[in-house]
Write a protein that binds this ligand. Structure first.
Ligand code: ATP
Length: 464
């Protein structure tokens, strides 16, 4: 592929120190809100500032739903910030970013077009003559190892090959900046590893035209493997909560202690410190949503930690279970919310409460869970309190849905209700009548009433 000659991209792992005025893309105090159902606004990002500088790969790391893809779309100029601004080479964006090309998790190919036509789409509208567009597309196809497949249709290709087409469609634009939205997460482990390796060798080649890559990921390992700098997104609305330089030479050795230390550090930032950052907020269903964890999943996690003697290294545990960080973190968050686990750095410890819960018989375990959920899970306690104050111990689900819609999308609000129902039913706090769309107070919850009215519910105290 005929890449224009450029200074070699950084392959030393050194974080470049170019000042922000040299930034290729600059986000300046960017906030973004989506319209909420009640006519208000749902804030996704707040006051995010970042610079993508020449010679660096930056990873945007955050939990699911933290706003990573939204931030990437802002950098691409596909959506406009509600406040603040995005600049490309000093020019404020007003529409699609002319220096950026995107690679999507879903590949985003046109099923009715061949590989060649899909790749050529990347430079449609550039004004280049057809012959030249074809030649460039063929070069890009060649560079990404797809020659021979020019006339194949996406349905004839494996996932890895389809993503290669996605890469070629971006590379054919010779973009200054490559914006990648979880490009490897829909691929199987080996294919993803292979493609990551190829991306890094292209990045290290002197004639690779792209000056900076920004990759969205929820995979800590991937962030440490690829990035010169990791920006951690967290909070609600999300902001950049940490910036971690990864100063490791390439190719990076996953088994090295320094690689491990970087993974542990990021794991700690994702699991622990975010809680700290939110600690000043009065916990409520909107500020402290229920993590995506069922009671069954929680019990499983606690059992595994017990099997490890009550203490475990979370990245090791994720590896051991062949889990993605995205799978494990919500369970850990939920266990922390209920006081079953404590997390320090990347280490998780079972608390006394956790030990007691896992060794209790079924009825005692349900009673304990009820107490913990009312004390630690704001949405559960909100539902119990509201039911306690209703005339007949029953309330329409719309009441809670409307409350939640002040801070969540319709889908997320529904998911919060489903999780609360799972937790509430297990603790026999309330039941949910799906036909009537009603929450109904369970008898056991009435016993919690006095305790709930107390000043500061103590997780260990008895409600009765
Ligand atoms: N067009 C939209 N309208 C309303 N809400 C949206 C829109 N796009 C995203 N959201 C909401 O914004 C929040 C952040 O979404 P986003 O996709 O950016 O998160 P993410 O960190 O990339 O998540 P994931 O890792 O699951 O892809 C989510 O709650 C999502 O539901």
């Amino acid at each position: 592929m005929s890449f224009e000659k450029l200074p070699p991209a950084s392959s030393s792992g050194q974080v470049p120190t170019a000042p922000d005025e040299d930034a290729l893309i600059l986000a300046d105090h960017v906030s973004l809100s989506f319209p909420a159902a009640d006519g208000g606004a749902y804030d996704v990002l707040t006051e995010v500032s970042l610079a993508l500088r020449p010679g660096e790969i930056v990873a945007l790391l955050g939990k699911s739903g933290s706003g990573k893809s939204t931030l990437l779309r802002l950098l691409a100029g596909l959506i406009e910030p509600s406040s603040g601004s995005v600049h490309y080479r000093g020019e404020r964006l007003n529409g699609a970013n002319p220096g950026a090309a995107m690679v999507f998790q879903s590949f985003a190919l046109m099923p009715w077009l061949t590989v060649l036509d899909n790749v050529e789409l990347g430079i449609r509208g550039t004004g280049l003559p057809r012959v030249q567009r074809r030649a460039l597309a063929l070069d890009a196809i060649d560079a990404i190892g797809l020659d021979g497949f020019e006339s194949a249709y996406p349905r004839e290709l494996s996932g890895g090959m389809r993503q290669r087409v996605g890469f070629a469609r971006a590379f054919v634009q010779h973009p200054d900046v490559l914006l990648m939205d979880e490009p490897f997460s829909a691929l199987d482990v080996l294919t993803a590893e292979n493609l990551r390796g190829e991306l890094i060798s292209m990045w290290g080649a002197a004639d690779f035209p792209t000056r900076s890559i920004c990759i969205v990921t929820h995979n800590i390992d991937e962030a440490v493997q690829l990035a010169d700098r990791v920006l951690v997104l967290g909070g609600s609305p999300a902001r950049i909560t940490a910036e971690v330089p990864i100063v490791l030479p390439r190719p990076r050795d996953r088994r090295s202690p320094t690689f491990d230390a970087a993974v542990d550090h990021l794991y700690g930032l994702l699991t622990g410190r975010e809680e700290g950052a939110r600690a000043h907020l009065v916990p409520g269903p909107l500020t402290h949503p229920l993590p995506e964890a069922t009671v069954g999943g929680l019990a499983g996690l606690v059992q595994i930690v017990v099997a490890h003697g009550g203490q475990t290294d979370l990245p090791d545990l994720a590896d051991e279970l062949a889990f993605d960080v995205d799978d494990l973190l919500p369970l850990v968050d939920a266990a922390q919310m209920l006081g079953l686990l404590e997390v320090a750095g990347a280490q998780a410890f079972l608390t006394e409460t956790g030990w007691a819960w896992q060794s209790a018989d079924m009825q005692a375990s349900k009673r304990q869970f009820a107490k913990l959920a009312v004390a630690g899970a704001p949405l559960v306690s909100t539902i119990v309190r509201a039911l306690e104050h209703s005339n007949d111990g029953a309330l329409r689900d719309d009441f809670f849905r409307d409350l939640l819609r002040r801070g969540f999308t319709a889908d997320d609000a529904q998911r919060q209700l489903e999780l609360a129902i799972d937790w509430g039913r297990y603790g026999e706090l309330f039941d949910y009548d799906a036909n009537a769309g009603e929450f109904v107070l369970a008898e056991v919850a009435s016993g919690l009433a006095d305790w709930l009215e107390g000043d500061q519910p103590d997780r260990g105290s008895d409600p009765s």
